[in-house]
Design a protein around this ligand. Structure first.
Ligand code: ZN
Length: 244
């Protein structure tokens, strides 16, 4: 159950600075189940403090300032709530989007991943990248899928999956074998691809991220038990980071 909600540190927001009557740019807002708002103010602004205030959930006084944020620093880890909410469609195909994708490719390669979705770098937008070097003769070329849609077919096949946002956890997930994907590229051109192997698997995993779904949401009771300790530690680490 995700009761809390975080506005990604990478979405720059204007929020009323409660108690000061002015406006500040916040880097994160976290609403706890008990109704606390934790506000960490952007270090780049004058207002450097952490503010806690009891507010009603669902009435956050904010509006988005920039849709595509500055360059993401790192891969966001479980249980950051940005990973648990559905992402918004990409509407503008501009240099900011191009820069975001280039940064995502760097982060994916550094982490030796096969795919990375924008929410995993704190950007709640519907796009992901995939790089398959398994059959490559030359250097692998990453593919970009923007506002993707999937058509699924074939049998359900089990396969062990990992996730760059949940290192150390691997879960066997059953998914349809065949996928037709429709998406847009960085120039805004629509394209379609089909696969019934590794790529079909990665597309579905990354598409899940755009829906706010993680492999932890696809665990059976045995996986849940086996990974309970690791996930609990990650939750504690996240809590500590949020408090700082
Ligand atoms: Zn993942």
């Amino acid at each position: 159950m995700v009761e809390s909600r975080t506005i990604s540190s990478l979405e720059r927001l204007k929020v009323p600075a409660i108690g000061r009557g002015g406006q500040c740019t916040a880097e994160s807002i976290l609403v706890r189940p008990e109704g606390f708002l934790v506000l960490r103010i952007d270090p780049g602004t004058r207002c450097r403090w952490i503010l806690r205030s009891r507010i009603h959930r669902g009435s956050l006084p904010f509006r988005t300032v920039n849709s595509i944020p500055e360059q993401p620093e790192k891969i966001v880890l479980y249980p950051d709530p940005v990973l648990a909410r559905p992402a918004e469609p990409v509407e503008v195909f501009d240099e900011g989007l191009q820069a975001l994708v280039e940064r995502m490719i760097e982060l994916m390669r550094d982490a030796q991943g096969a795919g990375l979705a924008a929410p995993q770098v704190g950007v709640s937008r519907r796009l992901f990248i995939v790089e398959d070097d398994s059959e490559a003769e030359g250097p692998p070329i990453p593919s970009v899928f923007i506002n993707p849609e999937l058509e699924l077919g074939g049998d359900l096949v089990p396969f062990e999956e990992g996730c760059l946002s949940i290192p150390d956890v691997r879960i066997t997930v059953r998914r349809p074998e065949a996928v037709r994907i429709k998406a847009f590229d960085l120039q805004g051109q629509a394209f379609e691809l089909e696969d019934a192997g590794f790529l079909a698997r990665v597309w579905q995993h990354e598409f899940d991220h755009l829906e706010g779904v993680l492999i932890t949401d696809r665990m059976n009771p045995r996986d849940r038990l086996a990974n309970r300790k690791t996930l609990k530690e990650m939750r504690l680490d996240f809590e500590e980071d949020s408090e700082r």
